[in-house]
Design a protein around this ligand. Structure first.
Ligand SMILES: [Zn+2]
Ligand SMILES: [Zn+2]
Length: 359
C-alpha cells in the first residue's frame, strides 16, 4: 500500500513528496494515520547532516495520529485509538532501563536504523524511528501512547518532542521547585516549553532571552516575568535582576558554546545549569578549575526531558487537558508535505516557533 510522504533522498537535498510503499505492521508494530507532525530543529539537523541520518529517509518525529491497524501480539493499543508517537521508546530491559534511566536506553533508537518502507525499490529509513512527515507510518507498539479526550491531536503532536523535552527538563532534570528563579536561553518550541514548565511548578521569576522580540512577547504570555534581548552581557543582566546572585536554574535551549557558558555564568553559587539544546562537537566550552570550586554549580545534560516517556507524556497530556499548559500557543502555523523545506528556512531565520505539517 502506498502513502504520500516527504522523502529526504540524500543529506542536504531538498525534500521530495513521493508515493511510499508502506507495508502492513509486523508483529509488535502498529500503523498510524498521522494527524499532525511538528517540524523540530532536529529534523533540520538531520536533513542538513549536522546529526547523522541514514538515507533515503522520512523525517518527522513529533507526531500524533490514529491507529489504523495493529500487528500480531499488540495488546497495548487498538484500531481507532488516538495516540502520540514517542521517538525513543525505552526497551525496558537494557542496563539503563534496569537502572531507572530509560531516557538513556541503549536500544530506544534501534528502529531508526532499520528500513521500514521502500521507494522505487530502495529501502527507506524512519527518521528518529518515527517517519512522521507522511500520511501514515508504521512504528513499534511501544512507541505509541494514548492521548486523552480534550487534547486535540495537533496539540498532542508537540508533546512527542518539544514539550516532553522542555517540561521534562524543568520537572525531572532540574527539579525546579515553587518559588525558585529560572533563566531560559532560546525561545523555540523547547525553550517556550521550559517557560511553561517553570510556570507549572510555580517558579517565582522566569527570565527569558532571545534575539526575536516577538518570541519574547510570546514568552511573556506564557509566564515569563523578565525579557532580555540577546546580545547583552547576559550574566551581568541576570545578576541585576536577582539581587546580584544569579538564578537558581538556567536552561540553555540553543546549544552554542557561548549560550552554554552564559547559562552557567548566570546561575547563583550552588545553582544548576541544564543544557537542553543540541550543539555540535565543534562547540567547545571552557571553565576554570577555580570557578568550578568557588561557584559549586551543577551542570546537567538533558536527553528527551530526562524522564520515562511512558510516565511523563501522559502527565503532560493531563496538564494540557486541564488547561495548565498552552500547547496551541506554540503553533506558528500549519503546512502540508510540500511546505517542510519552507518551514526549515523559516526556522533557520528564527521565524516562528513550531510549524505543524498536516499531511
Ligand atoms: Zn525533536
Ligand atoms: Zn533499554
Amino acid at each position: 500500500m502506498t502513502v504520500r510522504a516527504s522523502l529526504l533522498t540524500e543529506t542536504g537535498a531538498p525534500l521530495r513528496v513521493v508515493d511510499l510503499e508502506l507495508p502492513e505492521p509486523g508483529p509488535g508494530q502498529v500503523r498510524v494515520r498521522i494527524a499532525a507532525t511538528g517540524v523540530c530543529h532536529s529534523d533540520l539537523s538531520l536533513a542538513r547532516g549536522t546529526l547523522r541520518q541514514l538515507t533515503p529517509a522520512v523525517l518527522g518525529h513529533e507526531a500524533a495520529g490514529i491507529v489504523v491497524s495493529v500487528g500480531q501480539g499488540v495488546t497495548t493499543c487498538a484500531v481507532g485509538d488516538r495516540v502520540v508517537l514517542c521517538w525513543a521508546p525505552p526497551c525496558g530491559a537494557c542496563w539503563f532501563c534496569e537502572a531507572g534511566e530509560p531516557w538513556l536506553c541503549e536500544r530506544s533508537s534501534d528502529a531508526a536504523g532499520a528500513p521500514y518502507a521502500t521507494f522505487e525499490g530502495s529501502d527507506v529509513y524512519p527518521g528518529l524511528s518515527t517517519g512522521g512527515f507522511a500520511q501514515e507510518t508504521v512504528v513499534s507498539a511501544a512507541a505509541v501512547l494514548t492521548v486523552p479526550d480534550g487534547v486535540p491531536l495537533e496539540h498532542a503532536a508537540l508533546v512527542g518532542c518539544a514539550v516532553m523535552t522542555g517540561v521534562g527538563a524543568v520537572l525531572e532534570t532540574a527539579r525546579v521547585r515553587a518559588g525558585e528563579s529560572v533563566l531560559v536561553v532560546g525561545l523555540g518550541g523547547v525553550g517556550l516549553s521550559v517557560v511553561q514548565g517553570a510556570r507549572l511548578v510555580g517558579a517565582s521569576q522566569v527570565i527569558v532571552v532571545d534575539r526575536s522580540p516577538d518570541k519574547l512577547e510570546l514568552a511573556r504570555t506564557m509566564g515569563a516575568t523578565d525579557v532580555l534581548e540577546a546580545g547583552g552581557a547576559l550574566a551581568k543582566q541576570v545578576r541585576a535582576l536577582t539581587d546580584g546572585r544569579g538564578v537558581d536554574h538556567a536552561f540553555d535551549c540553543v546549544g552554542l558554546a557561548q549560550t552554554i557558558r552564559d547559562s552557567w555564568s548566570s546561575t547563583r553559587r550552588g545553582g544548576h545549569a541544564t543544557i537542553v539544546g543540541i550543539g555540535s562537537k565543534e562547540q567547545q566550552v571552557t571553565f576554570s578549575a577555580l570557578e568550578l570550586f568557588h561557584f559549586a554549580r551543577t551542570l546537567s545534560g538533558c536527553v528527551y526531558g530526562g524522564a520515562d516517556p511512558r510516565v511523563l507524556m501522559p502527565r503532560i497530556l493531563e496538564h494540557a487537558a486541564a488547561g495548565e499548559l498552552d500547547l496551541a500557543a506554540l503553533i506558528s502555523g500549519t503546512t502540508d508535505l510540500d511546505g517542510i523545506d519552507k518551514a526549515f528556512t523559516d526556522m533557520e531565520a528564527g521565524i516562528g516557533v513550531r510549524f505543524l505539517v498536516v499531511p
